[in-house]
Design a protein around this ligand. Structure first.
Ligand code: CU
Length: 73
């Protein structure tokens, strides 16, 4: 498993957190996604053979939010 922390801009409430959590968990290979508002980030554990940081960021973008940075979790 690979872990990554994505910093996300645009989340303003618990509904946003739920949306981001849902879209990340829907990406094939994602085992766990822990999203928080403060700090605004997502900690994701995923199978690197199935998911990539780019796919994760794309899922966040399709939900209406922006990944501003990423770092190994
Ligand atoms: Cu919201």
């Amino acid at each position: 498993m690979t872990q990554i922390v994505l910093t996300i801009s645009g989340m303003t409430c618990g509904g946003c957190v739920n949306s981001v959590t849902r879209v990340l968990q829907a990406v094939p290979g994602v085992q766990q996604a822990e999203v928080s508002l403060a700090p605004p980030q997502a900690k994701i554990r995923y199978d690197g053979a199935l998911a990539t940081p780019e796919k994760l960021a794309q899922a966040v973008a399709e939900a209406g939010f922006t990944v501003t940075s990423s770092q190994p979790g």
